[in-house]
Structures are given as C-alpha cells and as structure tokens.
Design a protein around this ligand. Structure first.
Ligand SMILES: Nc1ncnc2c1ncn2[C@@H]1O[C@H](COP(=O)(O)OP(=O)(O)OP(=O)(O)O)[C@@H](O)[C@H]1O
Ligand SMILES: [Mg+2]
Length: 440
C-alpha cells in the first residue's frame, strides 16, 4: 500500500490490478468525480487515467503486474479532449453507438458514458456488441445490462440478456449480430424503460461488409449519436459514409499510450471467459426430439430405410447416419473433412464422425435468448440424445427450448482449437430449403 500526494491537474496512470481510495481532494476518473472516502478498482490488464481536480492524497494498492505512475500536467491529454466532447452530448432519450478499430478505447468511452448517465440520475442501458471481447456477457455473445452505480469497467455489470451469435468472428454473422443488437435495444427500452442506451461495438470497421454492418447498426437501432474513435486513418471510410447519415457523428482521438492486446492475449482472455462460464462442469443430456438443434434440425427430417442406406453407402462409402430435408441431406461418414456430394438432385453435406465433439453450443429459451453456453460432447443417433457439458450452476433446464450450434471448437480445457465454418454452410443450405432456422 502506498499513499501519494498529487498536485491539482496532475494525471495519474494506473495499470490494473489496483485499487485506489481517495483520502483528500477530488479526482476525475472515467466520467466520475471521486471525493474523500470514495474508492475504485482497476481491473487486471486495464489502464485507467485519473486526473486530480485539486491538491489531494490517494491510497493505492497494486496487485501483481499492476502499476501506477504520475504523468505530470497536460492540457491536451486525451481524457480532457474526450471530456470536453462528451459533455456536449445530451444523454436522456439517446441511443449512442461507439465505433472504432481494435484497442482505440471503445470500451473506455462506453464506461465513461455509462457513468455520466448514472451521474445524471438516468436509467442507463448498456449493450456490449463485441462478441470477441465481451465484458458484459460471455464471448460469442452480444449482451445487455443496466448500470446500478458508477463503474470502472464493463465487467462490473451483470448481463440481463445475452444472445449467442455462434462465433467471435463477427464477419461471418454480422447480419445476425445486427438484428440481435437491435433486439436488445428494444428489450432494454420496452421491458426496462431505460432513459438512455449506449452500445459498444467490435473493432471490425474496414471493408464493404464492415461498413454496411456499422451503418445498418446506427440506422436500425435509431441512434442519434455515433462516436467514432479514430487512430490515424483507420476510420476514414466509415466516417465518409457516416457523413450521409442523419445523426450526429462525434470524432474522438484514441489514447496514444493505450495498453494494446495482441491476438494471443485476446484468445486467452476469451478462453478464460468460456471456462469461467462453464466451470465447474457437469454433463446434461438433452433429447433433441423435444429440444431440437435450431440450425441443424436432426431427427425432424426424413430418414432412410436399410435398402436406401445400402444404396447410399455404395456411393458415399461407410455412412453412419443420413437424414434429408427437401433437396438437402446431412450424412455422417468415415471421412476426414466436411464436403458436399450430389446424388440424384440431393445435395448431401458429408460430415466426419465426431464432427460434433467440442462444438460450442448455446441452450436458448423460446425467445432465442441465451440460457447458457455449453460444449457438445456427443450426439447419439439411435436415441436422438445429445450430451452437453454445462456449468453445475446452471439450473434453468426447464426453460430450454432449443440448442444452437456454434462455429467454434473447444478442447477439454476450453481452449479454442478450430473455427468450424461448415456450420455456417449447413445453415445456409438448410435455409435455402425453407427450413426455418435463424435469420441470417
Ligand atoms: N486515456 C487513456 N490513456 C491511456 N490508456 C488508456 C486511456 N483510456 C483507455 N486506455 C487503455 O487503452 C486500452 C484500450 O482501451 P479499450 O479497451 O477501451 O479499447 P477498445 O477499443 O474497447 O479495445 P478492444 O478492441 O479490445 O475492445 C485499455 O487497456 C484501456 O485501459
Ligand atoms: Mg472493447
């Protein structure tokens, strides 16, 4: 523990894990003024900049890898530019979308705006729309929460509703991510009467689809503000398209000395997210005839009799199971990789044995909200049952309406081992047959 004194207008950079208590003076931290007796924490791996508003004293406890540093006085430090710009924003009845590339400060801006709303006495709804680094809900989801007080990080919020979007790579599922975020905004407004909604987004902002997604988002959530955090030229294309949009766009600089996370760091954080969510594990058996897989409705299609099966085996080779819906079929065979075959006008997707082992899945309620994430262990084709690893703390089995397959394979340690993109292919194939799966 250390006690340090700080001059007025001095900045203090705090790297988590750390906890700070104000003894004297006033400090501005993420949109909040903290006075004597107030305390806040900085999470592991995060950097927070505190500004003293008058001469003061703070007590700091830093954990392993934590640190703090007085960085002197500065008049154009990013937090001051942010504060000036954000104080012009009128929060009540607003929907604000925070946009920008990776590590530019989107989560930090979302935190500041949350605190500003709380300070104004508003009921603030927050949506974390970043499935890769979701701080409100588990990875692979978009999640909604309401703030009950000041926060220093979004992980301090509790998810009220999450929607599973199957993967952390938003480019494969952006249409579904978009409609899911729209649904969460509507949920916060109609069921919780929030006064203000702030939406944090993922860092995918370059390229035609990314821009279509982000413009679609500001448009469909009825945003009146888009906040774009810009690092060099990264957001130029997005900004030029936003200039034709009817709402207000605010461009903010990104902190030059941010703590950036590399790919491995992000992956490890996600894996901790899965394991934290599922541990301690237990196996749950689900009867897929009662609670089907929504994006691969096994046991709801046509199965073949023995003579047909023998015929099929002559063409496909050893085939353990086959099921048909309209002009498409799925076969489980003794093959190495997923591939397509056509047999008298039927498109057959051939899946390798054990294709399901380790797939991340969601157990969902009737409204397609996430009840829990799980890991698929095995499907038994003779009984129509699936064994799924879920958390021992999961107790909402009676609310499960269906399962949704994800596109990520995990190993026993909940580490990501493979992106299973053919799940997406199966979905579009089934959708082309009018099989009512998700709207992508
Ligand atoms: N004013 C600041 N000065 C220095 N570092 C900052 C400042 N504000 C935020 N940071 C740090 O910069 C890093 C990136 O910020 P943040 O997580 O908000 O960005 P992001 O755009 O949400 O990133 P991601 O792409 O990972 O979601 C974090 O470690 C954060 O603590
Ligand atoms: Mg973020």
């Amino acid at each position: 523990m250390e006690i340090i004194t700080i001059e007025p207008n001095e900045l203090l950079t705090i790297d988590g894990p750390a906890s700070v208590r104000v003894i004297e003076g006033r400090f501005y931290v993420l949109g909040v003024d903290y006075g004597p007796g107030n305390a806040f924490t900085v999470m592991r791996g995060r950097r927070v900049v505190a500004k003293s508003l008058e001469k003061g004293k703070v007590e700091i406890i830093v954990g392993p890898e934590g640190n703090f540093e007085k960085v002197g006085k500065s008049s154009d430090e990013v937090i001051e530019i942010w504060e000036r710009a954000l104080s012009e924003v009128s929060l009540r009845n607003s929907v604000i979308v925070v946009l920008g590339a990776m590590d530019v400060g989107k989560t930090t801006i979302t935190t500041i705006l949350t605190n500003k709303g709380v300070k104004e006495g508003l009921k603030v709804g927050i949506i974390d729309g970043d499935p890769g680094q979701n701080d409100v809900g588990p990875p692979t989801t978009v999640s909604a929460a309401i703030a009950n007080g000041f926060i220093t990080h979004l992980t301090q919020l509790k998810a009220l509703k999450s929607i599973f979007i199957e993967t952390t790579s938003i480019e494969y599922v952006w249409n579904y991510a978009l409609s899911s975020i729209v649904k969460l905004v509507d949920y916060l407004k109609t069921r919780h009467s929030v006064d203000f909604v702030i939406i944090n987004t993922d860092g995918w902002i370059s390229g035609p689809d990314a821009i279509k997604f982000k413009l679609g988002l500001v448009d469909q959530v009825g945003a009146n503000y888009a906040i774009v955090i810009k690092r060099e030229n990264e957001a130029n294309e997005l900004l030029s398209k936003l200039s034709e949009w009817g709402g207000k766009t605010i461009v903010l600089p990104s902190p030059p000395n941010a703590r950036v996370r590399d790919r491995d760091d992000r992956k490890i954080r996600r894996e901790m997210g899965y394991s934290k969510y599922i541990m301690p594990p237990r196996d749950l058996t689900i009867n897929l005839r009662d609670k089907p897989i929504i994006n691969l409705p096994l046991f709801r299609g046509l199965t073949y009799d023995r003579s047909m099966l023998n015929l099929i085996r002559r063409v496909l080779g050893p085939t353990m199971y086959i099921e048909q819906w309209g002009d498409v079929a799925v076969a489980i065979g003794n093959v190495k990789e997923f591939h397509m075959k056509t047999l008298s006008n039927v498109n057959i997707a051939v899946l390798p044995m054990n294709w399901e082992r380790g797939l991340l899945v969601a157990l969902e309620d009737r409204e397609n909200y996430l009840l829990t994430l799980g890991v698929l262990k095995r499907i038994y084709y003779n009984t129509g049952k699936a064994v799924i690893t879920v958390s021992r703390n999961f107790d909402r089995e009676n609310e499960v309406s269906h399962i949704r397959l994800g596109m990520i394979r995990l190993n026993e340690n909940f580490e990501e081992v493979e992106k299973v993109l053919y799940i997406g292919k199966l979905e579009s194939m089934l959708q082309s047959q009018g099989i009512p799966i998700i709207s992508k």
